[in-house]
Design a protein around this ligand. Sequence first.
Ligand code: BES
Ligand code: ZN
Ligand code: ZN
Length: 502
Amino acid sequence: MFAAKKELDLTTSHASLVIGLFEKPEKFTGELAGLDERFEGQLTELVRSGDLSAKLKNITKVHSFGKIGAKRLYFVGLGKEKELSFDKLRSSFGKVFKQLKASKLEETAVYLDTFVTEEISSLDAAHALSEAMALATYQFDGYKQKSNEPEKRLEKVTVYCASLVEEDVKASLSVGYAFGRGTNSARTLVNTPGNLLTATDMANYATDLAVKYDFDLEILEKAEIEKLGMGAFLAVNKGSEEPPKMIVLKYQGKEEWTDVIGLVGKGITFDTGGYSIKTKAGIVGMKTDMGGAAAVLGAMEIIGEIRPEQNVVAVIPSTDNMISGGAFKPDDVITSMNGKTIEVLNTDAEGRLVLADAVTYAKHHGANYLVDVATLTGGVITALGLHTTGAMTNHDGLYKQVLDSAVEAGEQMWQLPLFETEKERVRNSKVADLNNSPGSEGHALVAGAFIGEFTEGTPWVHLDIAGTATTSKDHDLGPAGATGVMTRTLALFVERFEPIEI
Ligand code: BES
Ligand code: ZN
Ligand code: ZN
C-alpha cells in the first residue's frame, strides 16, 4: 500500500503527485524550484494570476503534459503555515484523497515534505496522510447487484520524505493507516442492517478479531447470562428470536492484570423500542444502535495492530430490542447483576439496561476505569446536535484524558453534568431501587446518571454518540452513513492512558 522514498524524483512516472502549498508567500523553493523550472515558471505564474490558490483545502489539479514523470499535479492549499493544525492537515489530505478516488486513480505519489511545519513533524504528517487516505476512500458497497467491471481503488501511495529515515516514515504510515482502517471496520458494522448483523454475527466478528490479534475471548451464551443474573440485559432480549451474547475481549499489554481499562459498547443490533414502540419515522435507522459496540470493536482492532503497553477489557452486550408475547413490558420490575432492582417505565430506554449489566461485568473482569460508548438518547441530539458527542463523568481526571484523545482524533465532545438532581430522579421508584425513565426532561442526563449507578465508585466516562454515529452528508473524511465515531478517540485514549491515583 505505502512505499516511502527519500529523494523526490520528478522523472518517476506516477498517476499523480500531491503537493502541499502554504499561503503568503506561496513559493516554489528547494525541490519545488526544480519543478517550477520544468514548467518554465508557469506554476509561479498560476499563483500570481490566482488560478493556483493556497487557501486552506483549496485543491488545484494541473496536468503535467509530459514535463515530469507524474501525469497530474494536485496542489493542496494549506492556508497559513502557522495556523495549520494536525486536524486541518488530516482533513486536507482527506479532501484530496476523495478527489483521487473520484478520478479513479489507482496510484499516487505524495511529496510529504511540503506538508510539514514547525508544529507538525514529518512523522505526524505521515500519520495524518495514511489515516486520511483510509478514511476518505472508505465506501460501503451495500447489496446492489454488481456490474462486472471491477471497481478501481487507490492501491498504492508513494511517499517522498527527505527529512527522515524511510523506515520511520513507513512505521508512522502504518500506524495512521491502522487508525483509519479500525474506524472503517466500525463504519461497516454500523452500516450493516440488523437482519445481517445479529448478536451472533457480532460475536463471530469479535471471535475473528480475537484470533487475528491474539485477544482472550469470552462469549457468554444465554444460559450463562442467566446464571450470572444479568436480569437487565436479559429483559431487553426477552422479545427476541435471536439469542443474546455478552462479548468480552481482553488485551493484556502489561505483565500484570492491573490498571485495567474497561471499554463498554452498546450493541443493540436493532431497536424497535419494544412495547414503548418507536414511531414509523423514528424506527428507521435503528440498525445503527450498535454504534458503541462498533467503536469498541474498531478500537480493539487498532489496539491489536499497535499493541500498546496497556490492559484493556472490552465488554459488549448484544441483542436486538423486539416485540413479542414474551417481550418485557412497562411496569415490569427486573433485577440487574449487581442486585439492584429496576422498574421499567419505558422499554425504549433499553440501552441503559444492557449497559448496566455490562458495566458490572467489566468490573467483574477487573476493570479499574470505565468508558462506555452508546447511541443512547435522542436527547443528546436535542442538546448538542449532530456533530458533538455528549460526555458525562464521575471523575474529571479520567475525563480529561478522554477529551484530550478526542481533540487529537478530531472528534468533537462536550461534557454534560452529572448532578444529584438527576441521580435522585433515577432513584425515584415506589417499587424498585431505580427506574429506567424518569420523564422526558433531560433524557441524556438521566440516561447517563442511570449507568453511573452501576459504576460503584470506579472512575467512569460515558459517551453518548446518538447524534454522531451517523451523518447524512458526505464529508472530507468519508461518505454519508456511519462515521465510526469514537473508534480513534478510544484507541488513542488507551494508547496514551496514564493510570490515576485513586
Ligand atoms: N437507540 C435510542 C437512541 C437513539 C435515538 C439513537 C436516535 C440514535 C438516534 C435509545 O434506545 C432510545 O430509544 N432512547 C430514548 C429514551 C427514552 C425513551 C427515555 C430517547 O432518547 O428518546
Ligand atoms: Zn431505545
Ligand atoms: Zn437504543
